[in-house]
Ligand binder design. Structure first.
Ligand SMILES: C[S@@+](CC[C@H](N)C(=O)[O-])C[C@H]1O[C@@H](n2cnc3c(N)ncnc32)[C@H](O)[C@@H]1O
Length: 310
């Protein structure tokens, strides 16, 4: 049996009992760690699950899935995914591949950012299409997310914006030039052993001010008024599921959020919600608790969004 098991959003104790049983019975257990991350290191997971975990990078999951699926028709093999297995599009591919090889599969679900975003107070039923925002470079600024946000906004729906993470970006040239020798050696020896001379950049996680600045940059090119810094409400979420110790939720206009220091938003991972106009007063009142400027939050909600507040 090939199991694909959601680990939830926070730490080793978020696995379900069903998931843990499957892990314990598997002859090999892979951990997918490039579409999302937990708030703890791999060794904490290994100690709790009582199993050694094999890190599966994008190459392995997307192009060498036969390595993971090897013998899964005769023994149990598990692939662990942070959040829910269907919270990232990547994982349907490997299930299709298993099906094609006539390997029985089972999915074990868990909490995902796709539903935990409800912690913002915004109702899940009022969300439209989810979008991903990638790091812009000087020469590459993909902006199709803007069309999806506009489509949602035209229907009055909220948009969940997932922010780019780069956890295993290969760049030999950059590494040789930018990374101090001690880090170069550590990274080099980690990766050299099993897959040739691949060298990776340090992980990068997009933060909220970067995300807002990229959204405004595209708005200034498109000029449809979908993302107005002073009139568009947004809610930033970090480490959702991590409890009061880790989780941060910050609400305001895009301008409010862009003026905050990155530390205000907490540690990665981060997500951002662009609030749609079909806004219920309970959503406004719940999220008001997270607002950097409560007066402005209520003002924009009532005057711009037309929400009836007391
Ligand atoms: C490609 S999605 C993978 C989602 C994962 N499979 C799930 O079901 O939650 C990864 C993105 O989701 C968002 N994300 C994941 N976990 C999060 C958390 N605990 N708090 C805030 N955002 C999170 C971040 O924007 C991150 O870059």
């Amino acid at each position: 049996m090939f199991y694909i098991i959601g680990l939830g959003l926070c730490d080793e104790s978020d696995v379900t009992v069903r998931g843990l049983n499957a892990i314990k019975n598997s002859s090999r257990v892979y951990l997918e760690a490039y579409t999302s991350i937990l708030m703890v290191e791999k060794d904490r997971l290994e100690a709790f699950y009582g199993r050694e975990l094999i890190l599966a990078d994008r190459d392995v999951v997307e192009t060498q899935s036969d390595e993971i699926l090897h013998n899964a028709d005769t023994e149990d093999v598990s692939l662990l995914v942070v959040g829910d297995p269907f919270g990232a599009t990547t994982h349907t591919d490997i299930i299709l591949r298993a099906r094609a090889l006539k390997i029985p599969t089972r999915v074990i679900h868990n909490a995902s950012i796709m539903n935990a975003v409800g912690a913002s107070g915004l109702q899940l039923y009022n969300f439209g299409q989810t979008v991903s925002l990638v790091f812009f470079t000087e020469t590459w600024k993909p902006d199709s997310f803007y069309d999806r946000i506009k489509e949602n906004a035209d229907l009055g729906l909220h948009t969940l914006v997932l922010l780019d993470i780069k956890v295993k970006e290969q760049s030999e040239e950059n590494l040789a030039r930018q990374v101090p020798p001690y880090l170069f050696e550590a990274t080099f020896s980690l990766t050299l052993g099993h897959r040739g001379r691949k060298i990776y950049e340090p992980p990068r996680y997009m933060n909220i001010p970067q995300a807002v600045s990229q959204l405004i940059e595209i708005e200034s090119l498109r000029r449809t008024g979908t993302l107005d810094p002073e009139k568009t409400l947004a809610v930033a979420l970090s480490r959702v599921g991590g409890g009061s110790q880790h989780q941060r939720i910050v609400a305001g206009t895009l301008a409010n959020l862009s003026k905050q220091a990155p530390e205000v938003f907490g540690e990665p991972l981060h997500s951002l919600v662009i609030v749609g106009k079909r806004l219920h007063h309970l959503e406004v009142e719940y999220a008001e608790d997270f607002a950097v400027d409560k007066g402005n939050w209520r003002d924009v909600a009532s005057k711009v969004y037309g929400c009836a507040l007391d």
